[in-house]
Structures are given as structure tokens and as C-alpha cells.
Design a protein around this ligand. Structure first.
Ligand code: MV4
Length: 474
């Protein structure tokens, strides 16, 4: 039996001796698979709660980094660095969440001779400060939502700025994020009332009362662009994703390409993303988030300096293995993919299955998975660390599985997603799959009437008991 780890990627300088995977769940498994595809050995760092997990079982080595609470394990920088050094790792992949966007971890890695598989610490820091990121993109000529760059201090200042921007305006907390601390003002009179409320709210929530103003876009789409940038100055826009179907700022369904996007708008979006990433001196995989309005105008929101949960939809339509490229780029390899190669073929959709009851306001639940029948067949990929008998730990996010489907066109992808979600059986823990199936089967989703308020707007028609054909076991 030949060792698949010997023959892969033997051209060019050696990649890494061993990679530490400082994460858990499906993304730890995804990174492990990329390592194995590249012929690399990997060590999974795990907490007490994940001792029996699938990534630990499939890893070449595993090392315990502490007790179940993330603060003592997955967010514990000294424990993670020690694990890397003790196991002889010369690279570290942070996955997403936890320390993935922690500039300090990236910095320490550099200092102890472990390659951080991600951007430089300075880039992480810069993009982590949303005001700095906006300033940088503005200077680079990437469009921002019309508004103030600097915080507005006084009511007089705010009214003057709002009159220039044009109503409705959105008051946003400088220190905010995830939609917290936003207030809409439809008119000057409303701004007079809302500004002090927004400032007080921001002060209470973030310990910083600074707010700024933007034109309020009424039904924007969330469209983000995946970029890859190597250490030699090559930057490409791999593809865009539409992630408008969100619930309380948590993405629920993502797809690629963005339905109905005018090719000319896509070309401008890609050019803006490449320009922004170049201006940031970006290296590795990253994502620029934009709001897209109804007339095809787009505006930069923020840049994520990590691999994202929804990266597979881009992989599926482009055939580009993004996690593999993260590792190759970190090892100093030059991109061999050119911009012209980044063409979406067909359509991909991802559904996030969580241990939350989609029929009961996404009530989270813990417990042990009794039965898990994964969907399959043509055009179906499942990224999951779940197995029958798996105990869902209460300490971390409740993502159980990502179901990703491909179709020749969006209709076929939707039909396959409906099939996949119908085949899916998860028992023992609450799950969101039946709700997702209703969303995918709904007329507004089929018609791609996507915007960030989609689930709120259609809440009634997506509530349970409206779908006679539902598989109650699933
Ligand atoms: C907006 C907006 C409309 N107009 N900005 C919410 C999270 C934050 N990062 C940006 N957000 C929004 N900013 C202007 N000028 C609407 C949202 C928004 C949203 C954005 C992306 C994904 C889901 C969302 C859900 C509600 C509101």
C-alpha cells in the first residue's frame, strides 16, 4: 500500500513538518482533510469535552489543551502554543471562531517559529478595527455606504451630516458589530429622538458611546467576495456568495454564485475586492463583505481574515480547494490559479444544520445524537463531525453539519437541497433541518427574492405545520 502522504505535492520547497489544528468540530475535520490531501501530518488540539470527537479520532496525533470551557482550551493561547511546540508542529491552522482572528496568537506563532496559517498579525488587527478597515477601503477607492467616517458627537453635527447623506439614515455604534447598536431614523425629527438613544445604548453595550451615520439601505443583500492572496503579491477574487438568509445575524443558508447578479456588477465587485485586499497587503484567504442594493450598487462592510463557515459553496462551483490554498500560501507557494480561472460552474447552496429547534424559535438543545443518516447522492457534500452516539457539548456553537449541494443551475440546486434535507435524519437532539427544508421549498426562496430581512419578512409562511409532506423523523 503506497503512503499517500509521500507522493503529494513534492514539487517546490517542503510544506510543513506537521500542522497543529487549533479548533474543533467540522472545521477541524475540514482542515485535517486538507492536510491529508497535501500529504501533511496533523495534530488536533482538543478540550476535555472533545476527547471522543471525530477529528481527534482521525488525526495523526491529538493533544489535550485543557478543560471544556473555551476560555481554558480553544481560546487559551499559552496552552495552544505549548501544544504546537511539544508536538513538533511548525504550522498552526486556527479554523474559524475562537482565536482565528486574534492578532496576538498570530504574533506569538511568528515569534516561536510556528507559521500561522492566516494573514499577518498587523492585517488581522487592522481589519478587526471596523473603523480602521473602512478608512483603509475608502482610501483604496472601495465603495462604502455613504455616511460619516468619523463619529458624530453633537446633535447639530448629526443633523447636518444626515441632511447631506439623505434620509433614511442608520445610526451605528462605532464599537458595534453583529447588528447590535443600530437605529434607523426616517426623518430629521426621528434623528433628534434616536441619536441620544443610540449613543446611550452604545455606551451601555460597548462602553463606547460613539456613533456614526450611514444611509439606510432598505432591503440590501449580503454578498461577500472570497479572495486568495499569496506572499508574492498575487491576489484573486475566487467568487462571491450570497448570505442574505440570516437569522439574528447568524447565517442559515448561503449560495454561490449570487443569484441574478449582473456579470458587469460581478466584475466590478471582484475588482473592488482585489483592490481592497491589495491595499491591505493581504496574504492568505479572506472575505470582503458587501451590502448590495436593488440597483446593483455595492458597499464594503467589513473584511473577515479567516476561512469562513460557508467556504464550501465557493469550492464547489470553482473547483478550488480553499483550505489547501491557505496551507500552500502560508508555506510561501505562489498561486497557480489566475483570475480567469475563477469561473463559477453551476450553482451551490449550503444549509447549516445546528442542534437548535427550528420549529421552536431555534431553542438550543444538548444531548446525544441517537441516529444520523446523512444525505448523499449526486451533487451532495456533507461536512460534519457528527456520528450516532455523539454527545453535543454544551460549551460551543451548535453546528452539527453543513449540507452543501451542487446543481447545473439554481433550480436544480434547490431541488437537490430539498431532497437532501428530506433524506436527513437526526434524532436525539433538536435540529434545524425541517425549518431549512421549508425555507428552501418556499416560493420567495425559489424565486431568489433574497435580502437581509428575508426570514423576518416570511416568518409566518415559514412557521411549522405549513408543510404537509414533512418527514417527521427528520
Ligand atoms: C446596514 C443595513 C442597511 N443599511 N447598513 C447588520 C450587521 C452589520 N454588520 C451591518 N448590518 C446592516 N447594515 C446600512 N447602511 C442592514 C444591515 C443588516 C444586515 C446586514 C448583513 C446581513 C444581515 C443583516 C440583517 C439586518 C440588517
Amino acid at each position: 500500500m503506497p503512503d499517500r502522504r509521500k507522493d503529494a505535492m513534492t514539487d517546490g520547497p517542503p510544506l510543513f513538518r506537521k500542522v497543529l489544528i487549533a479548533n474543533r468540530g467540522e472545521i477541524a475535520l475540514r482542515v485535517l482533510r486538507a492536510c491529508h490531501d497535501l500529504g501533511l501530518r496533523a495534530v488536533v488540539a482538543y478540550s476535555d469535552a472533545d476527547r471522543d470527537s471525530l477529528p481527534v479520532r482521525l488525526a495523526d496525533e491529538a493533544v489535550c489543551i485543557g478543560p471544556a470551557p473555551a476560555a481554558k482550551s480553544y481560546n487559551n493561547i499559552p496552552a495552544i502554543i505549548s501544544a504546537a511546540l511539544l508536538t513538533g508542529c511548525d504550522a498552526l491552522h486556527p479554523g474559524y471562531g475562537f482565536l482565528a482572528e486574534n492578532a496576538y496568537l498570530a504574533d506569538i506563532c511568528e515569534q516561536v517559529g510556528v507559521t500561522f496559517i492566516g494573514p499577518r498579525p498587523e492585517t488581522i488587527e487592522q481589519m478587526g478595527d471596523k473603523a480602521k478597515a473602512r478608512q483603509l477601503m475608502k482610501e483604496a477607492g472601495v465603495p462604502l455606504v455613504p455616511g460619516t467616517i468619523e463619529p458624530v458627537q453633537t446633535l447639530g453635527e448629526a443633523r447636518k451630516a444626515a441632511a447631506e447623506i439623505g434620509y433614511p439614515v442608520l445610526v451605528k455604534a462605532v464599537a458595534g458589530g453583529g447588528g447590535r447598536g443600530m437605529r434607523v431614523a426616517m426623518s430629521d425629527a426621528e434623528l433628534v429622538r434616536q441619536l441620544p438613544v443610540a449613543q446611550a445604548e452604545a455606551q451601555a453595550a460597548f462602553g463606547n458611546g460613539d456613533v456614526y451615520l450611514e444611509r439606510y439601505l432598505s432591503k440590501p443583500r449580503h454578498v461577500e467576495v472570497q479572495v486568495l492572496a499569496d506572499a508574492h503579491g498575487n491576489v484573486i477574487a475566487v467568487g462571491e456568495r450570497d448570505c442574505s438568509v440570516q437569522r439574528r445575524h447568524q447565517k442559515v443558508l448561503e449560495e454561490a454564485p449570487a443569484p441574478g447578479l449582473d456579470p458587469a456588477v460581478r466584475a466590478r465587485l471582484f475588482a473592488a475586492a482585489v483592490k481592497g485586499a491589495k491595499a491591505a497587503g493581504y496574504v492568505n484567504a479572506g472575505t470582503l463583505e458587501f451590502l448590495l442594493d436593488e440597483d446593483g450598487q455595492f458597499f464594503f462592510m467589513e473584511m473577515n481574515t479567516r476561512i469562513q463557515v460557508e467556504h464550501p459553496v465557493t469550492e464547489i462551483v470553482t473547483g478550488i480547494d480553499l483550505v489547501k490554498w491557505q496551507i500552500l500560501i502560508a508555506a510561501g507557494r505562489e498561486l497557480t490559479i489566475r483570475q480567469e480561472d475563477c469561473v463559477a460552474v453551476g450553482h451551490a447552496i449550503e444549509a447549516r444544520i445546528t442542534a437548535e429547534d427550528g420549529d421552536d424559535d431555534f431553542r438550543p438543545g444538548v444531548g446525544t445524537v441517537e441516529m444520523w443518516i446523512a444525505p448523499g447522492g449526486p451533487g451532495v457534500r456533507v461536512d460534519s463531525h457528527m456520528y450516532a452516539g455523539y454527545a453535543v457539548p454544551p460549551y460551543y456553537d451548535s453546528l452539527l453539519a453543513k449540507i452543501i449541494v451542487w446543481g447545473n443551475d439554481r433550480d436544480e440546486a434547490c431541488a437537490r437541497m430539498e431532497r437532501a434535507l428530506t433524506e436527513t435524519v437526526i434524532s436525539g437532539v433538536p435540529r434545524s433541518a425541517p425549518f431549512l427544508r421549508r425555507v428552501v421549498a418556499s416560493a420567495p426562496f425559489r424565486n431568489a427574492q433574497l435580502h437581509t430581512g428575508f426570514l423576518v419578512e416570511h416568518a409566518d409562511e415559514l412557521s411549522p405545520g405549513r408543510d404537509a409532506s414533512e418527514n417527521t423523523a427528520g
